[in-house]
Design a protein around this ligand. Structure first.
Ligand SMILES: Cc1cc2nc3c(=O)[nH]c(=O)nc-3n(C[C@H](O)[C@H](O)[C@H](O)COP(=O)(O)OP(=O)(O)OC[C@H]3O[C@@H](n4cnc5c(N)ncnc54)[C@H](O)[C@@H]3O)c2cc1C
Length: 124
């Protein structure tokens, strides 16, 4: 049983992880690196104190700062489903592993949809 389970380990999920770490809340962070909006972008921009640094450096620094509190446990796998079980949340991974938490933070981001030029007026 985990105090908190976070789905997502990019800016939103890692910020939640750092905050929970500083509050001394043990928690689990699950991410599936193949689903990442920023993986193919060369660098971070327009982010205070980090403008221009590579994503690799950004994530390494973030994870080092989180690790220093020894409150976060990271798992790389795809979440297949989440469900409520009484007062708790159940998270099931693609490989069948199941985790239970008192709280669930979904920081799973968004997916970009690209339309061909003829549909450029479509807004999502
Ligand atoms: C090309 C590009 C360049 C960008 N450049 C900038 C920039 O310079 N500055 C800036 O501020 N913003 C930039 N952005 C926007 C920025 O990437 C997003 O605002 C940011 O990534 C959102 O962070 P997030 O944590 O909410 O979600 P995401 O970054 O989308 O992260 C989602 C997380 O959820 C996990 N996840 C999703 N589904 C599952 C699942 N089923 N199981 C397990 N894990 C899952 C993923 O593995 C990932 O860890 C850029 C975006 C793109 C596409």
């Amino acid at each position: 049983m985990h105090d908190v389970i976070i789905i997502g380990a990019e800016p939103a999920g890692l910020q939640a992880s750092l905050t929970l770490s500083r509050y001394r809340r043990p928690h689990l962070v699950i991410s599936f690196p193949k689903i990442s909006r920023t993986r193919n972008a060369p660098a971070v921009h327009d982010f205070l104190a980090s403008d221009g640094i590579t994503h690799a450096d950004f994530y390494q620094k973030a994870k080092e700062q989180i690790a220093a509190y020894r409150m976060a446990y990271f798992v790389d796998d795809k979440v297949e489903s989440t469900s409520r079980s009484g007062e708790n949340f159940e998270v099931k991974l693609e490989d069948g592993t199941q985790f239970t938490g008192w709280k669930l933070i979904v920081a799973a981001g968004s997916i970009d949809l690209y339309f061909p030029a003829k549909d450029a007026s479509v807004m999502v």
